[in-house]
Write a protein that binds this ligand. Structure first.
Ligand SMILES: Cc1cc2nc3c(=O)[nH]c(=O)nc-3n(C[C@H](O)[C@H](O)[C@H](O)COP(=O)(O)OP(=O)(O)OC[C@H]3O[C@@H](n4cnc5c(N)ncnc54)[C@H](O)[C@@H]3O)c2cc1C
Ligand code: SF4
Length: 453
């Protein structure tokens, strides 16, 4: 009994002695712990909300190379979340990493490298959404001798991969040119994104006779990034230029740099020329475009995975005021603009233009609701409608475009003409798979099972 009383006295004396220290250190620690738990709870809630929004918008399937997480191994440490350069692709939910914005993943793979316990694998496609990839040999040649593929079309995203594959494919073509047929041209390169641009410089460097055909402008997908986007790219070697030590830049600076390289080297690129078909012809290939035909020994497909913009196919669409992407909203100040489409790119374009000085935007969509758009874009559209600078027309299609007007036809109503200075068509792209199949190129469908890195 005496022993217990002595022990209690001892504890009492010590607590009294250490009370000031407990108050000085313990309280701030408890407060910090409380704040930490509160912010974790808040982040958990916000991540669940974002994943739910992606699900509702039908954006739960990543388009290309993306991480899958082994939940038996994941510690929930969040290193992968912090490592991702795109931000808010991954998030921690209930102590495990999840893809909360899968469609924003562009396959950097930084999450996989950062994970301390190897819980992440990179895969292509998923069970629900298979990704069609041409079958290639180690030289990037397809099953069709003389037809090569470089860049994202072959399954690997990222600028540095595209540049390096474009260069390697041309070197392979140079090495095998004597075995290819007797056509007047050595190679026709389709696409002038990072892969096709590097390939064109490599063809010049290797002294090959070549044409590069690009349906749009220099830079491919990079030219379509949002204004000011930070671009992460490892060191690359551009043929005729050498090693480029740019790790982080903006979209605009990268495009300006490529344009200056194009100007200084004099590389030939036929812009606004779309390849429409490839067929075997007299020991080589005949490339058909919307402007010309080319007889070549080899073909390099560097057409990426975005596909060709879907057209409206209405009278007047050939006018230069009709475009298929928004580059700079400020160019539409004080103009009447028609945006066609109901997805995120249409809503983003319409809202950004409506936010410019003096604009009036009509957003025409053939559906009856913006079901597949992110809530934040729908909110922007509602705000623009309330400001009186944007009119949404559901169940509506454009039927004719003249120099100063467009004719719109809404279900159950008489067609109406509205004033118009510009049309932006955001109705998605026609994916390249059918074209590849028609050419005879063997395709594999990846369903998220392949370990690629
Ligand atoms: C929003 C976003 C952000 C990204 N950020 C980064 C980043 O920070 N760092 C990074 O490394 N990567 C990034 N990427 C990925 C990177 O942009 C792509 O991996 C890269 O552009 C692929 O290059 P490519 O040359 O294979 O294809 P693309 O860049 O897609 O170029 C293909 C070209 O082919 C043309 N084309 C297609 N069909 C035809 C035809 N029939 N006739 C003529 N021309 C045709 C197209 O017009 C296009 O110009 C990002 C991607 C996106 C979508
Ligand atoms: S880094 Fe690895 S362990 Fe940590 S949260 Fe991401 S997947 Fe889980």
């Amino acid at each position: 009994m005496q022993l217990l009383a002595d022990l209690a006295y001892l504890i009492y004396i010590n607590v009294i002695d250490y009370l000031p220290a407990l108050i000085a250190y313990g309280l701030p620690l408890a407060l910090a712990w409380h704040l930490f738990l509160r912010s974790k709870k808040k982040a958990n809630k916000s991540n669940i909300k974002q994943m739910e929004e992606s699900r509702k918008a039908g954006l739960l399937e990543p388009t290309s190379l993306h991480p899958i997480i082994d939940y038996n191994i994941c510690l929930g440490c969040g290193t992968c979340v912090r490592a991702c350069p795109e931000g808010e692709v991954l998030g921690i939910i209930n102590e495990k990493a999840h893809l909360i914005n899968p469609s924003n993943c562009i396959g950097h793979g930084a999450c996989k490298s950062a994970c301390p316990v190897n819980a992440i694998s990179l895969v292509l496609g998923s069970e629900k959404r298979g990704v069609d990839i041409p079958t290639l040999d180690s030289d990037f040649q397809t099953n069709m001798p003389g037809i090569y593929v470089a860049g994202e079309l072959g399954g690997m995203g990222l600028i540095r991969n595209a540049v390096s594959q474009g260069t390697q494919a041309i070197n392979a073509i140079k090495n095998s040119i004597s075995h290819l047929g007797q056509a007047p041209l050595d190679v026709v390169i389709i696409g002038a994104g990072p892969a096709g641009f590097a390939a064109s410089l490599a063809a010049m460097e290797q002294g090959l006779s070549y044409y590069t055909l690009e349906q749009d402008t220099l830079g491919g997908t990079v030219a379509h990034y949002p204004r000011g986007k930070i671009v992460m790219t490892g060191h690359v070697t551009l043929p005729l230029v050498g090693k480029i030590a740019i790790r982080e830049t903006t979209k605009e600076r990268l495009i300006n740099f490529w344009q200056s390289v194009a100007q200084q080297t004099g590389v030939k690129i036929n812009y606004q020329e779309q390849m429409t078909g490839i067929e075997t012809y007299q020991g080589g290939y005949l490339i058909t475009t919307d402007k010309n035909r080319y007889h070549t020994k080899a073909v390099l497909l560097a057409i990426g995975r975005r596909g060709t913009p879907r057209k409206l196919n209405v009278p007047g669409e050939e006018q230069s005021k009709v475009v298929y992407r928004l580059i700079d909203p400020s160019q539409y100040q004080e103009k009447h603009v028609l945006v066609v489409g109901g997805g995120d790119s249409a809503l983003e374009a319409a809202a950004s233009i409506a936010e410019e000085f003096g604009t009036f935007v009509t957003l025409a969509y053939r559906g009856d609701a913006f079901q597949r758009a992110k809530p934040k874009n729908r909110v922007r559209i509602e705000a623009a409608q309330q400001s009186g600078k944007l009119n949404v027309l559901f169940n509506t299609v454009a039927t004719e475009i003249s120099a100063s007007e467009v004719t719109l036809s809404t279900k159950g109503e008489r067609p109406q003409k509205i004033p118009n200075d510009a049309v932006i068509v955001c109705t998605g792209g026609i994916l390249p798979t059918p074209l590849l199949k028609k050419i005879g190129i063997a395709i594999e469908t990846k369903r998220g099972h392949l370990e690629t890195a």
